[in-house]
Design a protein around this ligand. Structure first.
Ligand code: NAI
Length: 259
């Protein structure tokens, strides 16, 4: 029975991933800000170094040091309390956890990491933004400072998703020889509390509501979770370092000639 850790397990995409992986026979170790009696066994704040280390320690304890899967769903959108938090959770909350759990993944059976990125990674960050470069330099203080000075949540969000996607692809190259697969899913608009908050937002709501995928609707969290389930299965054994758009055609609409 595969043991899989899932961040953001209490809501939206993360909760849907837990439900589908559990159905597929995985033992789930959920991580979120507050523990619950469903999937979230570990309460940890992934915005802070202490919280991330706390999560890593508890995963080692609960998995007994062997992890077959890691799915990073925890994230903040444009309605986050401040722009620095977007960077802290969406980038450093992912890279620290993936790196910190390397030893457990290396012990796993056909281990696989999936990180939830976003179609937004390719929007607004045509050339790497200084904020994204600071993230890729692992300079959390500078990246959060730039985000908080800029106060443009959509830029911080896009930069965090661009940087985390680039980091995952670099990690895929390094970890391929170790047999640990790493992939990124880039969703479009998914009906979750995060997306609802964006639609209701005074600053961004209208733009978010008007940005509709060619397929003519937003996705349900389960439609993202089913792709995660596939990537975590043996059937996906040669998919590695890929960015998989699950976006109803949004990326094709924005960048038909770039692939
Ligand atoms: P959600 O708000 O429903 O779930 C996010 C989860 O992350 C929540 O349970 C929350 O408590 C957790 N989280 C946030 N900050 C945390 C922290 N500091 N420490 C621990 N846990 C924390 O959002 P949703 O939509 O399910 O988002 C999941 C991922 O999908 C995010 O990375 C988001 O950026 C990404 N995404 C979502 C899209 C959408 O339209 N909903 C589109 C593209 C990407």
């Amino acid at each position: 029975m595969p043991i899989t850790a899932v961040t953001g397990s209490s809501s939206g995409i993360g909760a849907a991933v837990c439900a589908q992986l559990e159905k597929a026979g995985h033992t789930i170790i959920g991580i979120d800000r507050i523990a619950d009696d469903k999937f979230t066994r570990i309460a940890a704040d992934l915005a802070t170094a202490e919280g991330r280390q706390n999560a890593i320690n508890h995963v080692y304890e609960q998995s007994k040091g062997t992890l077959d899967g890691l799915v990073c769903c925890a994230g903040l959108g444009v309605t986050a309390p401040n722009c620095g938090l977007i960077v802290e959770v969406n980038y450093f909350g992912v890279t620290s956890l993936v790196t910190g759990l390397y030893d457990a993944l290396a012990q796993g059976t056909q281990p696989s990491v999936v990180v939830i990125g976003s179609v937004a990674a390719n929007q607004q960050v045509a050339t790497p933004h200084p904020m994204a470069l600071a993230m890729l330099d692992n300079d959390e203080a500078l990246a959060t400072q730039l985000a908080n000075e800029d106060q443009q949540a959509h830029i911080a969000y896009a930069a965090s998703k661009y940087a985390v996607t680039s980091w995952c692809r670099q990690t895929a190259v390094n970890w391929g020889p170790k047999g640990i697969r790493v992939n990124i899913i880039a969703p479009g608009a998914v009906e979750t509390p995060l997306h609802q908050a964006s639609k209701d937002d005074a600053r961004y709501g209208e733009a978010v509501r008007n940005f509709v995928a060619p397929i003519g609707r937003n996705s349900e969290a389960a439609e993202i979770a089913s792709v995660v389930s596939f990537l975590q299965s043996k059937q996906a054994s040669f998919i590695h370092g890929s960015v998989i758009f699950v976006d109803g055609g949004m990326d094709a609409m924005m960048r038909a000639n770039t692939f």
